[in-house]
Structures are given as structure tokens and as C-alpha cells.
Design a protein around this ligand. Structure first.
Ligand code: ADP
Ligand code: MG
Length: 243
């Protein structure tokens, strides 16, 4: 297998505080990696470095073989090919749902409005939101908005998808409708890096689990190994709290 995302020896500081400590891991093409760990352990920071949203001072990250730090790398172009879904949907509130799906397709990929519309509607259909295409984000539930955010990312034909706690701002009854979309995506072979504490999701589709604590990758294991017998005390303590 070849790596879609390769993170090697990445360290990052905010001023004097080191928030990523020599982090290394890789995500193969078609693989799903779940990242978990206590609050403040660096999960969001790590995932944001992968699509160039956060600079880092040491180490190397490559996506589809392209080195993020190389002077010749067109970072905005690469970023457009890596989908990112955040905890708080971040849809444009003043744009209709279908307009949210069209915008970057037209502005970044140069697609025609018709083409972007067709692609947008097909994806809304896939996530079960087609009937709400002409509504505004504020008229939809949190679970529906998050499904729109996933569809919007998919409209860019991403080579990989990054998720940062996509269900943690949702009411419990909406979590599964979002996880179901993510499970389907995983089963279709999308390369995914998912920060989540939804261990049911991890058990169902993850290939590997990365456990972070205090800026370090403490464990990076196949899911059976991670859930069956985590090696570190820190991971054991974390699991005993959330399972
Ligand atoms: P997690 O997602 O695991 O909760 P984060 O990646 O958000 O953790 O944060 C890791 C550490 O970096 C935390 O100690 C946090 O306070 C710190 N941090 C995050 N963003 C900033 C920032 N913009 N400036 C300074 N410190 C930050
Ligand atoms: Mg976070």
C-alpha cells in the first residue's frame, strides 16, 4: 500500500509551549484512522497541520506524495483536494444549502454553475438533504447541517477527508445520521482521518486508532489491538473513562 498521508517527526510550538511532540503516523490510501485522546492533547492541531491550516516547525508531512513544506508546493491547490469537516459545521449562513455546495466548485475548481449544481444536488441526495437544497443553514437541524458540510467537502472530489469531532456538537439523536454517512464513505474506500470519541464508529470502520496525550502520539495500533489490549496506561485510563 502507499501512504496518502504521511506525518514524520512533526513538532509544533505555540510560543514557548510545545503542542505537538515528534508525531509520526501514516494513513494508507483507502484507510480509516481514528484519532482520540483527552481534550487539549493536540488532536485538532495535528489534523489541521495535515491540510496546511496550521504551520509546524519541525518534521515533514506529505499528502499523496506532495511535501507540504516544499517551496514548490501549491498549498491552496492541495488544500482544495483534502476535505475538512469541523465540529461546528461552518456553512455560510447567508447562502442557501445548494449555494454552499456550489461556491468552491465554481470559484476554486472553475466548474460551471450548471455542473456544480448537478454535482451538489447529487451529493445532497446521497446525504438525504436534497429536499432542503433551497433552505438556509439556520433552517436545518445540526445533524442535517453537518451532513451538508460533508456533502460540500465531497463536492470537491477530495483525495482524503479529515474530520475534527464531527458529532460532538450534536444532540445525541442526531449523531447516528452523521456517523451513517461517514460509515458509508469509509466503506466506499475514502481515505479518512477522523478525530472522534465515537468508539462505536471506530470499531465499525477504523483500520487503526491513534491515541494522543499531551502532544504525543502514545499509541498507533490496529483497532483490535487498541481496544483489546492498549499497551500504555494512559490509553487504558482514557478507554476506561469513555467506554
Ligand atoms: P485537542 O483537539 O486534542 O483538544 P488542540 O489541538 O486543540 O487539542 O490543542 C492542543 C494544545 O494547543 C492545547 O494545550 C491548546 O490549549 C493549545 N492551543 C491550541 N490552539 C492554540 C492557539 N491558537 N494558541 C495557543 N495555544 C493553542
Ligand atoms: Mg480538538
Amino acid at each position: 500500500m502507499s501512504a496518502m498521508i504521511e506525518i514524520s517527526g512533526v513538532s509544533k510550538w505555540y510560543g514557548p509551549i510545545q503542542v505537538l511532540k515528534d508525531c509520526s503516523t501514516r494513513v494508507e490510501k483507502g484507510e480509516v484512522v481514528v484519532v482520540c485522546g483527552p481534550s487539549g492533547s493536540g488532536k485538532s492541531t495535528l489534523i489541521k497541520t495535515v491540510n496546511g491550516l496550521e504551520p509546524f516547525q519541525q518534521g515533514r508531512i506529505s499528502v499523496d506524495g506532495i511535501d507540504l513544506s516544499a517551496k514548490t508546493t501549491n498549498l491552496p491547490k492541495l488544500r482544495a483536494r483534502v476535505g475538512m469537516v469541523f465540529q461546528h459545521f461552518e456553512l455560510f449562513p447567508h447562502l442557501k444549502i445548494i449555494e454552499n455546495l456550489r461556491l468552491a466548485q465554481v470559484k476554486v475548481l472553475g466548474r460551471s454553475v450548471e455542473e456544480a449544481n448537478a454535482k451538489g444536488m447529487a451529493l445532497l441526495d446521497r446525504v438525504g438533504i436534497k429536499m432542503h437544497a433551497d433552505k438556509y443553514p439556520g433552517q436545518l437541524s445540526g445533524g442535517q447541517q453537518q451532513r451538508v458540510a460533508i456533502a460540500r467537502a465531497l463536492a470537491m472530489d477530495p483525495i482524503a477527508m479529515l474530520f475534527d469531532e464531527p458529532t460532538s456538537a450534536l444532540d445525541p439523536e442526531m449523531i447516528n445520521e452523521v456517523l451513517d454517512v461517514m460509515v458509508a464513505l469509509a466503506k466506499e474506500g475514502m481515505t479518512m482521518m477522523v478525530v472522534t470519541h465515537e468508539m462505536g464508529f471506530a470499531r465499525k470502520v477504523a483500520n487503526r486508532v491513534v491515541f494522543m496525550d499531551a502532544g504525543e502520539i502514545v499509541e498507533d495500533a490496529h483497532k483490535e489491538e487498541f481496544f483489546g489490549r492498549p499497551r500504555s496506561e494512559r490509553a487504558q485510563a482514557f478507554l476506561s473513562k469513555i467506554l
